[in-house]
Design a protein around this ligand. Structure first.
Ligand code: 26Q
Length: 833
């Protein structure tokens, strides 16, 4: 006890809460331990130390955050608002230490206290506020926005339960509720003063105001309050600290309950519970039953709060409403926030009393829409009855937008009724539905796809009529990922080697990696490169062992496919190949197969039976292959449970081979492909999404390409695809199916995989079998290439060297110039506080 108090009072010249030196950090960590955790060092748990450190780090961001907000207001800076239903930001401690540049000081401070920094970093729960790529993209973009000193706010939902945790039991996925907030979240700052009301249900009435204008009044059935929860996001080695503002739903105060529910106490309590339900849980994607009322309510809730907040900030800046689009630009991350088109109109017309045309000009000028999918089943639409009952006023506004829009189409294409029906915001082909992608496109000044091929297909298919009408509105912005989290933080060994080889500027100027080309054949450099990879593989091997009990050899080729489980991503294509290899080894145990370790990871939507069956197949194959003496340890198969941002950080750096094998034309971009490439993995992949551009950057000789092109896929389908023919023509593939059907991978159960086998043989909507032979052939090339270690290492170096394009900094610069018309604002710390 005495000793602890001595530590606290160690004299230190640096100011409390902001000093970045070792002594200041040490003093403040111990202070926090006592003042915030009510613990002294001798009895503190690792979690106590984690909280004490996290608060010390958070304190060091606050002066930056305050200076950032102050500067934006004082300078009247334009702000980019990124509206997204998902932000997969990952654990914050390690990233914040890196961005603030205090990682080694924090390490040293803790060391003097006998505490290991890595242990504390590993304690942080994953904030799983997203499903996959789209949510992680939003997080990478926020990191780049802060790092590039661009004024920005991320707006979304503070889900109490994020994406479920995945456990594997008997080879099956089991969903376990996520409890990320259970032990408290040191990064979020609740802002009860920043709260807005959001209406639902009820009806509308027309009335004439004092000036004789016709006005609409929405009389809601109930109202929910949204309260801001802020997470500060510091840029890398700059003073900018932008905010992620997530809305938490609460019941409105009890006076409202008395007003509206006099006498019905239980009904009032029920409403309170319902209100709090709004931000409770994140919906998984790929759910067949996604037409959920609560999901639409969530979207409207966060969009309305965010737009109201922007109007409040506008006032704070002393600007008038007609300046809205000059002060804000808002990016819609897919259609999930696309109700913003109608809500901004409602706020401007009904609340701010602007004329329709003026409001429409502002709305269109402010909003821009990013599309992330072409899959018809993934394009959002809402049934009219649901929409009408939940958001009656917004539906009226959508009808009016549609009426005016269709007039424009009629003028441009007289007599083309088919086109009118195709383009309408309302799909009237069956039960009527609102088409959210059409609403987003009509209400935006810019629409973009997320990779060159995807944008091209977008313009030719899903939004073809719109691209014809407004070609100038369409852009491509190929996705990017942040090298701070996915290289500097995840791969410290590589980071150190890069610092020494190309200089320490690469993390913000990824093009500098091109300097590595000069070392690609340098034997000494190659040795260092391989030893970094080897250490990363040992780290992953240790994690695999503790998560699954499976022992893998770090010398093996690490062949990794991590991403959400979906038929179009074709994890089963990979599994079929593994089974074929296994069959070869069983037939000829003396066969020399270069040792390979196949690693899979990813979650399946809880209601997506086929995806869950694919997980079961992978685990069934693992169970057999990993134990069969005929395999002799040459093949290992691992399903790494609960793939998320946190464990991604030791998976990408350990890869030798990156599996990007989606059916061409189906993966909008992919971003995992970029994370693997940066970390020196070679790609085996189709011409899909950003793979196309990865191959362009790295050259065909450094990429294992296979399979049909997007055009081939459409042609094969048009001409009548018969998957069973491919099996009949391929004896080995026939053997693979026979083995699966025999129950070999399902503990004798011949029925278990029948739906999967039937689907592949009779339907195969994603052309797994059409691409099978080409995939297997290319995998043989991979095995051959792996045998030549010098050549493989050369290709690995060249992949990292040519990954510069895929920095999210490049993507954000493109959005800033082409779409947002926004400029950086330098933040000076001295200016304030
Ligand atoms: C929609 C309605 C109801 C419930 C859930 C959803 C929902 C939620 C999330 C639908 C889709 C998503 C996520 C989609 C996604 O992650 N798409 C991926 O976006 C990446 C970033 O652009 C791309 O790289 C991937 O290719 C794309 O699949």
């Amino acid at each position: 006890m005495d000793e602890a108090l001595t530590i606290t009072s160690t004299p230190c010249a640096e100011p409390a809460r902001s000093g970045l030196g070792v002594d200041a950090l040490k003093r403040d960590i111990v202070d926090n331990l006592i003042c915030l955790q009510a613990r002294y060092p001798e009895i503190a748990t690792p979690h106590d130390w984690y909280m004490a450190l996290a608060y010390a780090v958070r304190d060091r961001m606050m002066a930056r955050r305050v200076a950032t907000t102050y500067t934006y207001v004082a300078r009247n800076a334009k702000v980019a608002c990124y509206l997204s239903a998902e932000f997969l930001i990952g654990p914050q401690l390690g990233n914040n230490l890196i961005n603030l540049g205090i990682e080694s000081n924090a390490h040293a401070a803790l060391q003097t206290l006998g505490i290991d920094l890595d242990t504390l970093v590993a304690i942080e729960e994953e904030p799983g506020l997203g499903n996959g790529g789209l949510g992680r993209l939003a997080a990478c973009y926020l990191d780049s926005l802060s790092t590039l000193e661009i004024p920005a706010i991320g707006y979304g939902i503070r889900y109490e339960f994020g994406i479920f945790d995945q456990e594997i039991r008997d080879g099956w996925q089991v969903e376990v509720t996520d409890k990320w907030l259970q032990k408290g979240n040191p990064w979020e700052i609740l802002r009860p003063d920043v709260a807005f009301y959001v209406n639902f249900g009820g009806r509308t009435e027309q009335e004439t105001d004092a000036q004789g204008h016709l006005r609409v009044r929405w009389i809601p059935a109930y109202t929910v309050k949204g309260v801001a929860c802020d997470t500060p996001l510091p840029g890398y080695r700059v003073n900018t600290c932008n905010t992620l503002r997530l809305w938490k739903s609460e019941a409105v105060e009890s006076f409202d309950l008395q007003d509206f529910n006099a006498g019905d106490y239980y009904e009032a309590v029920h409403e309170k519970v319902q209100s709090e339900t709004l931000s409770k849980v994140l919906y998984p994607n790929d759910e067949p039953e996604a037409g959920k009322r609560l999901r639409l309510a969530q979207q409207y809730f966060f969009v309305s709060c965010s737009l109201q907040d922007m109007l409040r900030l506008l006032e704070l800046k002393g600007e008038s409403v007609d300046r809205f689009a000059h002060v804000f630009t808002a990016q819609l991350n897919d259609t999930h926030p696309s109700i913003a088109v109608a809500e901004l109109m409602r706020l401007l017309v009904d609340e701010k009393l602007l004329p329709w045309d003026k409001a429409w000009e502002i709305t269109r000028h402010t909003l821009a829409y990013t599309n992330h999918t072409l899959l018809p089943e993934a394009l959002e639409t809402w049934g009219l009855p649901l929409f009408q009952s939940l958001l009656p006023r917004l539906l009226e506004i959508i009808y009016e937008i549609n009426r005016r829009f269709l007039d424009e189409v009629r003028l441009r294409y007289p007599g083309d009724d088919a086109r009118l029906a195709r383009m309408s915001l309302i799909d009237e082909s069956g039960a009527k539905r609102v088409r959210m992608a059409h609403l987003a496109t009509v209400g935006s000044h810019a629409v973009n796809g997320v990779a060159a091929l995807h944008t091209q297909l977008l313009e030719q298919t899903v939004l073809r009529d719109f691209a014809d009408l407004w070609p100038e509105r369409f852009h491509n912005v190929t996705n990017g990922v942040t090298p701070r989290r996915f290289m500097a933080l995840s791969n410290p060994g590589l980071a150190k080697l890069l610092d020494e080889t190309v200089g320490d500027g690469w993390a913000t100027d990824l093009g500098l990696l091109r300097k590595l080309d000069a070392y690609a054949d340098d034997a000494a450099f190659q040795d260092r490169w391989r030893s970094v990879k080897r250490a990363n593989k040992e780290r992953l091997a240790a994690n695999i062992r503790s998560a699954t009990g499976i022992v893998v050899d770090p010398a093996a080729l690490f062949d990794i496919q991590v991403k959400r489980i979906h038929e179009y991503k074709r994890q089963h294509l990979n599994a079929l190949y593994i089974i074929a290899l296994y069959l070869r080894l069983r037939r000829d145990p003396k066969l020399a197969v270069p040792p390979r370790c196949f690693v899979f990871g990813g979650k399946a939507a809880p209601g997506y039976a086929m995806a869950k069956l694919i997980i079961r197949l992978i685990n069934g194959v693992a169970e057999v292959v990993n134990h069969d003496p005929a395999v002799n340890g040459q093949l290992k198969v691992v399903f790494f449970p609960d793939f998320n941002v946190k464990n991604a950080q030791f998976i990408y750096p350990a890869a030798n081979l990156s599996e990007q094998i989606s059916t061409a034309g189906k993966e909008a971009s992919g971003t995992g492909n970029m994370k693997f490439m940066m970390n020196g993995a070679l790609t085996i992949g189709t011409l899909d999404g950003a793979n196309v551009e990865i191959r362009e950057e790295v050259g065909d000789e450094n990429f294992f390409l296979f399979g049909l092109t997007a055009d081939d896929v459409e042609r094969v389908k048009r001409e009548g695809y018969r998957p069973a023919d491919y099996v009949r023509a391929n004896e080995e593939l026939q053997g693979v199916f026979d083995l699966i059907s025999s129950g070999h991978f399902s503990r004798g159960d011949r029925e278990m995989f029948r739906p999967l086998v039937d689907n592949l043989l009779n339907h195969d909507p994603f052309l797994v079998l059409a691409d099978y032979a080409a995939y297997v052939a290319r995998q043989q090339d991979v095995s051959a290439a792996w045998q030549d270690s010098r050549h493989w290492t050369r290709m690995s170096i060249v992949n990292t060297a040519h990954s510069g394009k895929f920095s999210s900094d490049r993507a954000i610069r493109e959005y800033s110039e082409q779409i947002w018309d926004i400029k950086p604002v330098r933040i000076a710390l001295e200016q304030r506080v």
